[in-house]
Design a protein around this ligand. Structure first.
Ligand SMILES: Nc1ncnc2c1ncn2[C@@H]1O[C@H](COP(=O)(O)OP(=O)(O)OP(=O)(O)O)[C@@H](O)[C@H]1O
Ligand SMILES: [Mg+2]
Length: 475
């Protein structure tokens, strides 16, 4: 039992050495230089530029649209309504002209006062039209123009009133003369002024149309500029992102390669140290203890049978024999010399029952169909992977049964350790180094290791080692 516990602890010891090796690696090696500048500030800048461009453009478009709306409401619409009122005024002025022509026509049997009702009706309509026109008149009308129209109209109505006064007093001819000399001229002047205003409205409508077309052109140009600026910003940000990603990934790949190289060197160093210590223990201490045992035996033979000294010498010889066995067991556990002398198959035949007895876990061992032909160097790594997988079953799975299988495939050897326990956690609270070391050893062998969940639950560790010349990889 003491021997078995010793072997178990040595198994744990080699695992801890691996742990120490990796921690040494992670602490002892000087840190690689910090990776290139983070791309985050550049990306934030790109985002800010793009957002600023979008916001600036949105502001510009809203401003242009509100300008267009103002132009249309203030100028174009008012201009049209103003022109309608001016046409109404012109129509009324034409009606006055026709009435005055009839009044001057001597064929009419009616007295001139007969037209006063028609004049009054036209006057009401004209006043209404003038009031409305003033409300919608466009801003670029001069005060003199507005003043001229209303005062001319007022003078026309004064003259018309006077003319009807004269007509009512029976002086028909005098009244006609007033129409001819004063009223007709005033009506013509008013008509001309209204026509000029209409022309002015048309011109201002043309100018507004030209300004609207200018705004559309400007907006179109800005759309192209904005699109070009945004595309350039996106392009620059994209190129920057791709380049910094390339740099970061390149650096990561280099670091990962360095880490893997260092880990493999550590594993190799650890194995050679363990092999050396194991041999020293076996050869040096083993020989010394064997010699002591032999000398004690000879010395005991020279002492008379039944004496106290003879029994003391026998006891000391037994102590030396026990120590020799312990030293050999320790040597075997640190580096099973058996691996080199008898091969992996025999070492597993010895090791698995030892683990079984010492942990109480039932191990079902399924051997390969053909004898295992694995090189000594590769055998050490395979042995360590199986040792770590079984240690994990004992420590983490909570299972009482485990399966160890060896399959000989056409191109490779396959080793499996399976348990139906708790299974691997996706994110273990205390990440260890055992699984990483397994991967590194598999890499050293030119093979691979997989961790999966069998159908019955638990954990399945599958190590695949190519046939051929694994020793080349394993050295
Ligand atoms: N057979 C298993 N069943 C259940 N969980 C497991 C098993 N093997 C590994 N694990 C889980 O995976 C984790 C990592 O295992 P790993 O061997 O890398 O580290 P460890 O055993 O905790 O420490 P050490 O570095 O000493 O090996 C363990 O902490 C455990 O949670
Ligand atoms: Mg472990």
């Amino acid at each position: 039992m003491a021997f078995e516990m010793l072997v178990w602890h040595c198994g744990r010891f080699t695992t801890r050495l691996e742990v120490a090796g990796f921690r040494l690696y992670s602490r002892g090696v000087s840190r690689p230089p910090a990776p290139d500048r983070s791309p985050t500030p550049g990306l934030i800048l790109g985002l800010v530029v793009t957002l600023a461009a979008v916001m600036g453009y949105t502001g510009y478009i809203s401003w242009q649209i509100s300008g267009l709306r103002r132009l249309q409401n203030n100028l174009v619409d008012r201009n049209r309504r103003d022109s309608l009122e001016l046409l109404r005024i012109q129509n009324d002025l034409n009606s006055l002209a026709v009435a005055m022509r009839d009044m001057l026509d001597n064929d009419e049997p009616y007295p001139l006062t007969a037209w006063s009702a028609q004049f009054a009706r036209i006057r009401t309509d004209l006043d209404d039209a003038m009031r409305r026109e003033e409300q919608v008149a466009v801003a670029d009308r001069t005060p003199e123009q507005s003043q001229y129209l209303s005062s001319s109209l007022a003078q026309f109505w004064d003259a018309a009133d006077r003319m009807f006064e004269v007509a009512r007093s029976g002086k028909q001819e005098e009244a006609r003369a007033q129409i001819r000399l004063s009223l007709q001229a005033r009506q013509a002047a008013l008509s001309t002024a209204v026509a000029r205003l209409l022309v002015q409205n048309n011109e201002s409508e043309d100018r507004a149309a030209a300004r609207i077309a200018g705004i559309y052109d400007g907006v179109e140009r800005q759309v192209y500029r904005f699109l070009a600026a945004t595309l350039i910003a996106i392009l620059l940000t994209g190129v920057y992102l791709i380049r910094s990603n390339q740099r970061l990934f390149g650096r990561l790949a280099a670091l990962s390669e360095q880490r893997s190289e260092l880990a493999q060197k550590l594993i190799a160093t650890q194995e050679s140290t363990l092999r050396y210590v194991s041999r020293e223990l076996h050869d040096e201490f083993g020989q010394v203890l064997t010699a002591i045992g032999a000398m004690l035996g000879r010395a005991g033979n020279q002492v008379p049978e039944g004496s106290a000294l003879r029994s003391d010498l026998r006891e000391v010889r037994e102590v030396a024999q026990n120590t020799l066995e312990k030293v050999r067991s320790l040597s075997q556990a640190l580096h099973p010399v058996m691996l080199e002398e008898a091969g992996l198959e025999s070492t597993l035949d010895w090791y698995l029952p030892v683990i079984e007895k010492q942990t109480g876990i039932k191990i079902r061992y399924e051997k390969a169909a053909e004898p295992m032909a694995v090189d000594g160097n590769a055998a050490v790594h395979i042995y360590r992977v199986l040792q770590e997988a079984l240690n994990n079953v004992v420590r983490h799975s909570g299972a009482t049964e485990a399966w160890v299988r060896v399959h000989s495939l056409p191109d490779s050897w396959e080793f499996e350790v399976e348990d139906h326990g708790s299974g691997l956690l996706a994110d273990p609270a205390k990440p260890g180094i055992g699984l990483i070391a397994m991967r590194q050893r598999a890499e050293l062998l030119g093979g691979s290791v997989e961790f999966s969940t069998p159908d019955a639950g638990g954990t399945l560790v599958r190590l695949q080692v190519p046939r051929g010349k694994p020793e080349e990889n394993a050295r």
